[in-house]
Design a protein around this ligand. Structure first.
Ligand code: ATP
Ligand code: MG
Length: 869
């Protein structure tokens, strides 16, 4: 009704855009009807009509804490909107919103209350005079509620329409009226009048192009119309709510605590299902993390309700069935949506078990320390690292008489939030990063003519340097050239843009990259290498033919590969990304485990068979519906215009694709997969080569092999055998080496024995060894002592520029007056160190290896003194 009504007021109906923002890094997920239309509001792109209306799927994670608790919030909802890009303004917007609510939908006008920004007398007058609403029913609110602004840039007041649902929904507090946070007066529609520009210092000037941006929650409108408790009681959502109740063996509206869980599951499964249908995969960051959090939260509430086993994909089926008419992508991606959900739910169940084990350890530690409260930091770590929700931690601990330091948990959480907030970039209300390209006249567009020709002449429309629009580019300057027509393919759909030259008789520009700019412009980015090119001049654009050919081969191979993967692995395989350049191709797809050797071989074989079959490649333009009927696979989140291009390879493959291709699969020559790996949960990546790239790869392999064989003094065919022989030889040599070392150590002991001298009837062995560590010195000391029978042993060794010294004495020698500790003390200074020890055993370190001989000599003197006392 809404879309038809707005159509009757001259609006163009457009389909909901994907939840994944296009070319907008200021926003993680689309959260309003206006968000995907930003380029039309800023004037960056020319809208198909100046009045547009949509029903847009939206996700607001900012509302997550409200879900299940208020009657009016979902993380997922559908937003109805009408938009004016510099066309009609407040007068029409206000009149139409009133007409729609009171006459088309038939809501009781006495239950509707508008609000306006306190200084917006214009809007007030329109409500009061034009619509005849008594002044006391129109509420004026401050900036906080009724002014839309975000940093610098376009901004303006808004006017909201509230619906009074009646006393039974009120909080009953005195002063409960429009604007109260309770669920009685529910905001259904917001009309934003974007009329000012804020220069960032609070100075407001009138915008030349004034816009209207409105948003009405479809679910909230239905609550008013159907007169039900909450958005979860609206007929369509109720189907889902009841289904949740069924799996949980709970009846909705019997137990408030259970109801909250039921509503959370109902809401979250809607978000989850829609997100996956737009190609978002669970992960630990960005959109993927939002998805993971919602899915796990739903799973957790399932556990709280006592649901056993996997249940979420069953619910997703209900979401798909009830919403597929408006959002056909749900049905198209059904198999894959269900699979991703079950995989992730499974993974979460395992995580929960892991978390339980860790919690048990924490409990044991608390018991030991006599504590009864779990540290906030520990609870947060469980939550943050193991996805273990605080409620669950609390619940489990409570059963055992423990509690959790919730304040500490919140502090940790807040600290992390602050850190995240700091990391976030600031942008204006429209979220744009200003670049030189945004100052280009939006009516400038370029036409791609390069599917079947690589050279063409055209007029230069715009020239830019890196930061300004210029009349001419001269030798040495870097910049961008935009022409009326171009045979250069701009990077899109994973295919890298063309390179080449743009030239006249006197000037030449090397194109290093070709890109798409907002508003249907194709930019040739590069450097002037000769002369000058000026605006308005006719130039010849020449695409590098070799580069294009190789890229096309890889692109065509990607299509054959995708089909082969679906044949070998199953129809859950969906493209999740691709990259095609002259050197190689990369293809990301949904699949849940590593591919086996056999699967990889089978895929390669199919692709090479299709190359050998020399299939003609035919492209044609048609409508999206026709293409789907033909069996084309549409990509996630891709915006398709009124005509689409279909690429067929014989009867084998059929895909929607705007890229460039070979005219026959035989041109691909050959195909080989170089690697297969996982890049995210449920997403695999294949890297592969074709034709020249593959030949280069084999050339390099064969050169490496030849080099390796030469180094091993053999030929490639005998290399393996040679390596095995060499390994055998190395083993034999190693064991021989061991034997020799042992022998040498024994011999060394034998040799040194002739250095024994006798002092006053006590034998002294004072020797220097090489590279011996302290432990080995002690062992040797014991061995020597045994051989001496009775006497004193002093050994010194230099290792790594340091000196190790040790002395040991037998009992009998000690009785005669020897003292190893004092002996060491007496000689250590000569090797630049100090040390000491007991009478029978002492050691020291030093820094001066040159003093070893002197120290050993001194040992004899010191011992003599000891024995003489
Ligand atoms: P509230 O203050 O009730 O959260 P809001 O001011 O955030 O609403 P807007 O940002 O103005 O809402 O969004 C426009 C309309 O979209 C709202 O009037 C409402 O009908 C709907 N809407 C907003 N948030 C939600 C939500 N979380 N769930 C369902 N509908 C919503
Ligand atoms: Mg809100």
């Amino acid at each position: 009704m809404f879309l038809d009504f707005m159509e009757s007021k001259g609006h163009l109906k457009m389909k909901s855009f994907s939840l994944v923002p296009h070319n907008d890094n200021s926003l993680l997920i689309i959260n309003s009807g206006m968000a995907p239309l930003k380029p039309y509001f800023t004037g960056q792109e020319i809208p198909p009509r100046r009045r547009v209306t949509t029903c847009q799927k939206c996700i607001r994670t900012g509302d997550i804490e409200n879900i299940g608790k208020t009657a009016r919030h979902g993380t997922f909802f559908e937003m109805l909107g009408n938009f004016s890009f510099g066309d009609y303004f407040k007068k029409e917007a206000i009149a139409w919103s009133w007409e729609f609510l009171t006459q088309v939908v038939g809501l009781d006008p006495d239950r509707l209350y508008p609000s306006v920004y306190e200084d917006d007398d214009e809007a007030f007058e329109l409500w009061n005079k034009q619509q005849g609403i008594p002044a006391e029913r129109i509420f004026r609110f401050g900036k906080e509620d009724n002014f839309w602004e975000h940093g610098s840039g376009p901004c303006g007041p808004c006017s909201e329409i509230y619906y009074d649902r009646g006393e039974k929904y009120g909080c009953g507090k005195p002063g409960c009226t429009v604007g109260c946070d309770c669920d009685r007066y529910m905001e259904v529609w917001n009309n934003v009048f974007s009329q000012f520009n804020n220069d960032g210092h609070g100075h407001y000037t009138d915008l030349i192009q004034k816009n209207i941006d409105t948003g009405m929650g479809l679910e909230r409108l239905a609550v008013a119309v159907q007169d039900v408790d909450s958005i979860f009681d609206v007929d369509t959502l109720r189907a889902l709510t009841d289904h949740v109740g069924e799996v949980a063996h709970a009846v909705y509206h019997e137990d408030e605590k259970k109801d909250v869980s039921i509503r959370i599951i109902t809401d979250h499964i809607r978000s989850v299902t829609f997100m996956i249908s737009d190609g978002i995969m669970p992960s630990n960051e960005g959109r993927g993390y939002v998805l993971r959090r919602l899915l796990r939260r739903a799973a957790r509430h399932g556990r709280i309700l006592g649901i056993d086993g996997l249940f979420l994909s069953e619910l997703a089926k209900v979401v798909i069935a009830t919403s597929k008419d408006g959002y056909p992508e749900l049905e198209e991606k059904k198999e894959m949506i269900l699979k991703v959900i079950s995989e992730e739910e499974n993974k979460f169940n395992r995580t929960i078990d892991q978390g339980l084990t860790i919690l048990e350890d924490l409990e044991a530690a608390m018991k030991e320390e006599g504590k009864t409260t779990l540290d906030g930091a520990d609870a947060f770590k469980l939550y943050d690292t193991y996805g273990f929700p605080l409620d669950l931690t609390k619940e489990i601990l409570e059963e055992k008489g423990f509690d959790v330091d919730e304040e500490g948990f919140k502090e940790n959480m807040e600290a992390q939030r602050q850190a995240a907030r700091k990391a976030r970039k600031t942008t204006n209300y429209m979220g744009a990063d200003v670049t030189v390209y945004q100052s280009i006249d939006p009516s400038v567009t370029s036409k791609f003519v390069g599917y079947d020709k690589l050279v063409s002449d055209s007029k230069i429309l715009v020239l830019t340097t890196e930061d300004e629009i210029v009349e001419a580019l001269t030798d040495g300057q870097n910049g961008t050239i935009i022409t009326e027509e171009t045979p250069f393919y701009g990077t899109m759909g994973g295919q890298q843009g063309d390179i080449g030259v743009i030239e006249t008789e006197s000037g030449s520009f090397t194109v290093k990259d070709t890109i798409h700019l907002q508003g249907g412009k194709i930019g040739h980015v590069g450097t002037m290498t000769k002369g000058m090119l000026t605006q308005g001049e006719t130039v010849t654009l020449k695409v590098d033919e070799k580069n294009r050919q190789l890229t096309s081969k890889n692109h065509s191979a990607t299509h054959v590969l995708q089909k082969a993967l679906r044949m070998v692995l199953g129809s859950h395989v969906e493209q999740a990304g691709s990259y095609v350049s002259k050197d190689r191709l990369r293809f990301d797809f949904t699949h849940f485990q590593a591919m086996t050797k056999e699967e990889l071989a089978k895929v390669e074989e199919i692709v090479n068979d299709q190359i050998a079959a020399a299939l003609p490649v035919v492209t044609k333009e048609t409508t999206i519906d026709e293409a789907k009927k033909m069996g084309a696979m549409a990509l996630f989140g891709e915006k398709y215009g009124s005509t689409v291009r279909v690429v067929c390879m014989g009867d084998f493959s059929l895909e929607l694709c705007g890229g460039t291709h070979v005219s026959n699969t035989a041109a691909i020559n050959c195909f080989k997969i170089i690697s297969e790996s996982g890049i995210a949960a449920g997403v695999r990546r294949i890297e592969a080569l074709t034709s020249e790239g593959l030949i280069h790869y084999y050339e390099k392999l064969s050169a490496d092999l030849a080099e390796a064989s030469a180094a091993a003094k053999t030929t490639p065919d005998k290399l393996t055998e040679r390596i095995e022989t060499m390994q055998g030889e190395i083993k034999a040599l190693q064991s021989e080496n061991e034997k020799l070392k042992n022998q040498m150590a024994k011999d060394a002991v034998g040799n040194v024995m002739d250095q024994v001298v006798e002092i006053n009837g006590v034998k002294l062995l004072a020797v220097a060894l090489k590279d011996t560590g302290m432990n080995e010195l002690r062992n040797l000391g014991d061995q020597f002592k045994e051989k001496l029978g009775n006497g004193v042993v002093v050994i010194a060794s230099a290792a790594d520029g340091k000196v190790n010294l040790m002395a040991t004495a037998t009992d009998e020698a000690i009785k005669a007056g020897a003292h190893a500790g004092n002996l060491i003390k007496g000689i250590a200074a000569l090797v630049g160190g100090g040390g000491g020890g007991r009478p029978n055993m002492a050691q020291a370190g030093g820094k001066n290896p040159d003093g070893i001989q002197a120290a050993l000599k001194k040992a004899a003197e010191v011992l003599k003194d000891q024995l003489n006392k």
